[in-house]
Design a protein around this ligand. Structure first.
Ligand SMILES: NC(=O)c1ccc[n+]([C@@H]2O[C@H](COP(=O)([O-])OP(=O)(O)OC[C@H]3O[C@@H](n4cnc5c(N)ncnc54)[C@H](OP(=O)(O)O)[C@@H]3O)[C@@H](O)[C@H]2O)c1
Length: 336
């Protein structure tokens, strides 16, 4: 199989090689992988900034999609020809994660999806809807599930809810589409007026340029009348104070990323005064992913794909995500 391997930390140590395929176990399936999307975590892993205790050579990337070409003798969940995505956390199937269920993630502790063939346990895969291409399906395992967990598992948004998404990257664009499909109103903040126009085309009802309006939290509170029901907070330290301004009494702030600072640096008062809920999010479980896939199917959603690259150009894909701040997802298309 063609596989992208990291021999030591640093993107200069990535190379595509040929590697033999292991034997297929009774409960395993062989997946012909066709696409993989990249996430900020992938760059951090490759640079050695996410975890230092890793096993080399490491096969990176958590989010892939492809077609099952062989099944083990005891497989019951899938047949040859099914189109699937591997889970971000292959062992986290239901409910709250206990430590062991979060101990293994694809593309770090378990081999990633930057390869054209992969053997997976049948329990660690979910089928994706027929209307999605592999490039599109590969956008959902991390960014899509994270937005889903924040909006539907934690905040339980519904028609008429107000949602605030931060930025115009993978998580935010997923958040816009999912919230709009549920009938919610969406406020999107970005540093770019041009990307805010794209956010409106994707469905955002209101937009705020956070560079021009540093107190965007107050503006979002006013726009929504009584504050927003849910925030997808990807900024962390640099955005939490505004998220607390924006949130309604009893609303849900989902702490997802730290692109604007890792230190939370706020007092407890706004949380107490607003009876607000602060949730830490680590993607989600298989049950949620299956719910997400059936929602995507029901509403015939397609993710915002900014750019695609061939497997040999993973470095360029990661650089595009890190430096160009694209609108939506960057994807590796193995066929190109
Ligand atoms: N916890 C989890 O399970 C989980 C899952 C997925 C992602 N994450 C994390 O969440 C973050 C976002 O992931 P992603 O995939 O959406 O990344 P992405 O596609 O690279 O998008 C990053 C976005 O950050 C926005 N941004 C930068 N500084 C900002 C600020 N000061 N205020 C508001 N927005 C700001 C940018 O918005 P503009 O360019 O439009 O201004 C950009 O669109 C990353 O830290 C990632 O590691 C965590």
């Amino acid at each position: 199989m063609r596989v992208l391997q990291l021999s030591k930390f640093g993107s200069e140590h990535l190379s595509v090689t040929d590697s033999p395929l292991a034997e297929l176990g009774d409960q395993e399936v062989l997946v012909s992988l066709e696409a993989a999307s990249v996430n900020p975590r992938d760059s951090q892993i490759i640079a050695g900034q996410f975890a230092t205790n890793v096993q080399f050579p490491l096969i990176p990337l958590s989010d892939g999609a492809g077609t099952i070409t062989r099944v083990g003798s005891a497989v019951t969940r899938f047949v040859v020809g099914d189109r699937v995505t591997p889970l971000f956390f292959p062992n986290w199937l239901s409910g709250e994660a206990m430590a062991g269920e979060r101990a293994v993630s694809t593309g770090l502790e378990a081999p990633g999806v930057a390869r054209d063939l992969g053997i997976f346990h049948e329990q660690s895969l979910v089928a994706f809807p027929k209307h999605l291409s592999a490039v599109e399906a590969a956008c959902y395992p991390c960014a899509g599930l994270t937005a889903w967990s924040g909006l539907f598992v934690n905040a339980q948004i519904r028609e008429g809810s107000w949602v605030l998404v931060q930025g115009t990257g993978g998580v935010a664009t997923m958040g816009i589409q999912l919230a709009k499909a549920a009938g919610a109103k969406v406020i999107c903040i970005s540093s770019s007026d041009q990307k805010l126009e794209q956010a409106q085309l994707l469905g955002a009802d209101h937009t705020i340029n956070y560079s021009d309006t540093p107190n965007w939290g107050q503006r979002a509170f006013e726009l929504s009348g009584q504050g927003v029901d849910a925030v997808l907070d990807i900024g962390g330290g640099g955005t939490l104070e505004n998220s607390l301004e924006a949130i309604r009494h009893g609303g849900h702030i989902n702490i997802i990323g730290y692109v604007a600072g890792i230190d939370m640096g706020v007092t407890v008062f706004p949380l107490i005064i607003k009876n607000a809920h602060l949730h830490g999010i680590g993607t989600g479980n298989r049950d949620s992913y299956e719910q997400l896939m059936s929602f995507v199917d029901r509403h015939q959603l397609r993710p915002a794909v900014a750019q695609t690259f061939p497997l040999e150009q993973v470095k360029h894909a990661l650089a595009a995500l890190d430096n160009d701040r694209p609108f939506g997802k960057v994807v590796i298309d193995f066929a190109s």
